[in-house]
Design a protein around this ligand. Structure first.
Ligand SMILES: [Mn+2]
Length: 310
């Protein structure tokens, strides 16, 4: 039976036949600010229904050629402890049809604590995490919990991954020291990215990625004028078009193999702009990923097949 969550109002393909798997993780964590993130997956998917099927940058309609499946939403049951829920995220992610060269996994959070649980389930080897975030998220624990949205980068390092951090503009001393001393964390701070030369260096770095890659987008990486709907906004931040440049560098020009991506920390807001930005970010990623794999030349048997619209 179909469940109500859909991407761009399209019918859900069977998961094992889908080119794009969307995993909604409705999780708000235990801590400050982001309690609204529980409603984010449904709000992003609802906003995706307002997008055109045609994706203007690559000039094609990805869903004519690709099939999408939105999986049942994951959420903690009332009495479930954090540790158990995070374990369930990892086992669910591990049991998905492999997000490999021919399948893209898009996880919709939820707060940022879900990222290490997803990578624990999906990544069997050290990978590069392209970590877009206003915050360094390197605390070993926060307010007594290692399952906090302040901790994912620390956990990703514990898992042995290298982190390319982009857009950071808030951290405390120990995080700054950690970044300084840890050769496996590369920082492209927000203010430095105002320099054209730093932006070029970052684009070149992303283009140079090889091997397994995970893309983690904390929606607070964007300028809060663009995405006000986040739990912990910070002034400054990425503008839309530079973010798209990075996505193109990763998906269309690098040799990195995207094993999955997440969009986290969105708090739906009344103007709907924040959730629309998230939906369009997801659409761009799907389009670029599909185009790089030649899906535009595949038969028009995707989720849009037979759909009438104007
Ligand atoms: Mn974060």
């Amino acid at each position: 039976m179909d469940h109500p969550l859909r991407y761009q109002l399209l019918p859900n393909a069977p998961a094992d036949q889908a080119d794009v798997l969307v995993l909604p993780v409705a999780h708000a964590g235990e801590v400050c600010g982001a309690s609204g993130t529980r409603a984010a997956p449904a709000a992003i998917l609802e906003a995706s229904g307002e997008l055109e099927y045609f994706e203007e940058d690559q000039a094609w309609s990805p869903m004519r050629h690709m099939k999408v499946a939105v999986l049942p939403e994951l959420h903690a049951s009332e009495l479930e402890r954090e540790e158990a829920f995070h374990g369930r995220i990892a086992t669910t992610a591990a049991a998905l049809p492999r997000a490999s060269d021919d399948r893209l996994l898009v996880a919709l959070g939820g707060d940022h604590s879900i990222t290490p649980s997803l990578t624990a389930g999906c990544l069997g080897e050290p990978a590069t995490i392209l970590f877009l975030d206003a915050h360094a998220d390197l605390r070993p624990q926060y307010r007594g919990s290692e399952y906090s949205h302040a901790c994912p980068a620390h956990q990703l390092r514990e898992q042995g991954h290298r982190i390319v951090m982009v857009g950071v503009r808030s951290m405390f001393e120990r995080e700054a020291e950690r970044i300084e001393s840890d050769d496996c964390i590369e920082l492209y701070g927000d203010r430095a990215l105002r320099e054209a030369s730093t932006r070029q260096r970052l684009v070149a770095r992303v283009e140079s990625l090889t091997g397994p890659v995970w893309l983690s987008t904390d929606m607070d990486v964007f300028d809060p004028a663009l995405v006000p709907g986040v739990g912990t906004p910070q002034p400054g931040g990425l503008d839309w078009h530079f973010a798209i440049d990075l996505l193109e560098a990763l998906l269309l020009r690098s040799k990195g193999r995207l094993c999955g991506m997440d969009l986290v920390e969105l708090v739906p807001e009344p103007s709907r702009v924040s959730q629309l930005v998230a939906a369009k970010w997801m659409q761009k990623a799907i389009s670029f990923w599909g185009k790089a794999r030649g899906y535009d030349r595949a038969p028009e048997e995707g989720s849009q097949a037979g759909l009438e619209y104007e």
